[in-house]
Write a protein that binds this ligand. Structure first.
Ligand SMILES: Cc1ncc(COP(=O)(O)O)c(C=O)c1O
Length: 374
C-alpha cells in the first residue's frame, strides 16, 4: 500500500534527535530551528522525558477513561500551578484540532448558541468546527462549510461587536499570536476589549495557545501579556514535546457533566507522563527565562541584517520578513547549512520555532549561514 500523498516532503530521513539537533540516516546533523513545527519544547529525546515514558510503558501504557488515572490529576495540578491558572479545569485529548473542536463544542453547549467568530489568517486545525474557523478555503470541505463562522480582521472590534449583538455567537476563537498566518498579534487593548465584549454578550472567548503556549513566548501563555482570562484555553504541540497530547483548560464558570465530552485515547498514561515531564523540565531548567534571553539575542542579531525588513513574533515564536520570497533560502539553509527553519502563509517570512533549550551559539550558526546566503 502506498501512502496517501498529502505532504510535500524534503528528502531527509531523520532517525535520531538530541536537544536542538536531529540526525538523518546518513548521520548528518541538522540544527532544528523549526522544532517539528513548534512541537519540540524541552529538546529532542530529553533524558528525563525518555525515562518517564519508558518507565511508564513498561508498567501500563493505556487504559480507558472509565477508571481512575492519578497521572491525569497530577498533570492537572502541575499545569494549573505552573501556568497560574489553577482554578481552571482540564479536559485532555490528543491533538490541537481536537482541543479546538472540544473548545467550540463546549462553548456551544454552554451558551446554547452555534455561531462562531474567528479572525482572518487564523489557523485552528483540520477537523469539523476547527477547520471551519480556519481562514483557508482550500482546506474546508463542503461537509465543514455548514458551520456558521464569520471572519473579521484582527483588531476590528466594531464588526465583532455588531456580530455579537445578534446574540447568536457561542464563541470567539483567536490565536494569541498567529502561527501559520505569519506571526501577527492583536494589541492588548483589542484583547481586553474583546474579553469585555464576550462577557457582555454571553459568548465564550477561546484562546488558541496551541502554538504560542507552554512557555514558547517566555510567559507560560501568550495571553498573559495582555492580562486577560479567556473562558477556554486550548493547548497541544509543546505540551508533549512530540508525544501526541492536547487539552482544553476550562474556566470554572463552565460546568462539567458526565458524558458532555469524551475520547478514548485522551489523557492516556503515556501522554500524561510525557506532559508531566515536559512541565517539570520547563521549571527545573528555567526554560522560560532562557526563551527571554535567547529571544532578545536573536532580535539584536537580526536587527544588524539590512535584508531583514521586519522581526515578528515573541519569545521563540519568531519570524523574519524579507522583501523576497524565502522558499529558496529555506531550501539552501537545509541542504547546504543543515539548518531547519519554517515557512508561513506569508511567502516572505522565515519562521524560527526552536526548542526552548536553544542557546546563543546555535543562533550564531544560523545568522552566519544567513549572512552567507543573502
Ligand atoms: C494555532 C494552532 N491551532 C491548532 C492547530 C492544530 O493542531 P494539530 O495539528 O495538532 O491538530 C495548529 C497546528 O499547527 C496551530 O498552529
Amino acid at each position: 500500500m502506498k501512502l496517501f500523498d498529502v505532504y510535500p516532503l524534503f528528502d531527509i530521513t531523520p532517525i535520531k534527535g538530541e536537544d536542538v539537533y536531529i540526525y538523518d540516516d546518513k548521520n548528518t546533523r541538522y540544527l532544528d530551528l523549526y522544532g517539528g513545527h513548534a512541537v519540540i519544547s524541552i529538546g529532542h529525546s530529553h533524558p528525563k522525558y525518555v525515562n518517564a515514558i519508558s518507565d511508564q510503558v513498561a508498567k501500563l501504557g493505556f487504559y480507558s477513561n472509565s477508571i481512575q488515572n492519578s497521572l491525569q490529576k497530577q498533570l492537572a495540578i502541575l499545569l494549573g500551578n505552573i501556568s497560574g491558572c489553577s482554578s481552571y479545569e482540564l479536559f485532555l485529548c490528543n491533538s490541537g484540532a481536537e482541543a479546538n473542536e472540544n473548545a467550540l463544542k463546549l462553548a456551544s453547549f454552554h451558551t446554547g448558541k452555534k455561531k462562531v467568530i474567528a479572525f482572518k489568517n487564523g489557523f485552528h486545525g483540520r477537523t469539523s468546527a476547527a477547520v471551519a474557523a480556519t481562514d483557508n478555503s482550500r482546506i474546508i470541505a463542503p461537509i465543514n462549510a455548514q458551520q456558521e463562522v464569520t471572519f473579521f480582521e484582527l483588531g476590528d472590534l466594531v464588526s465583532v461587536e455588531n456580530e455579537l449583538r445578534k446574540n447568536e455567537t457561542c464563541a470567539v476563537i483567536i490565536e494569541v499570536i498567529q502561527g501559520v498566518g505569519g506571526l501577527d498579534e492583536a494589541t492588548t487593548e483589542f484583547f481586553q476589549s474583546l474579553e469585555k465584549l464576550c462577557k457582555k454578550h454571553q459568548t465564550l472567548l477561546i484562546a488558541d495557545e496551541i502554538q504560542c503556549g507552554i512557555g514558547r513566548t517566555g510567559d507560560f501563555f501568550a495571553f498573559q501579556k495582555h492580562q486577560i482570562r479567556p473562558d477556554i484555553i486550548s493547548i497541544a504541540k509543546g505540551m508533549g514535546n512530540g508525544f501526541p497530547i492536547g487539552g482544553i483548560m476550562i474556566h470554572p464558570n463552565i460546568k462539567s457533566s458526565h458524558g458532555l465530552l469524551g475520547t478514548t485515547f485522551g489523557g492516556n498514561h503515556l501522554a500524561c507522563v510525557a506532559a508531566i515531564s515536559v512541565l517539570k523540565v520547563l521549571e527545573e531548567e528555567n526554560l522560560m527565562n532562557n526563551v527571554k534571553k535567547t529571544s532578545a539575542y536573536f532580535r539584536d542579531k537580526a536587527k544588524t541584517i539590512p535584508a531583514i525588513k521586519t522581526i515578528k513574533g515573541r519569545g521563540l515564536m519568531l519570524g523574519l520578513e524579507f522583501d523576497f520570497p524565502i522558499a529558496n533560502l529555506r531550501k539552501i539553509l537545509i541542504s547546504k547549512h543543515h539548518i531547519f527553519t519554517g515557512s508561513s502563509k506569508n511567502p516572505n517570512l522565515l519562521r524560527i520555532l526552536p526548542s526552548l533549550t536553544v542557546k546563543k551559539e546555535h543562533l550564531d550558526v544560523f545568522f552566519d549561514a544567513l549572512k552567507q546566503e543573502i
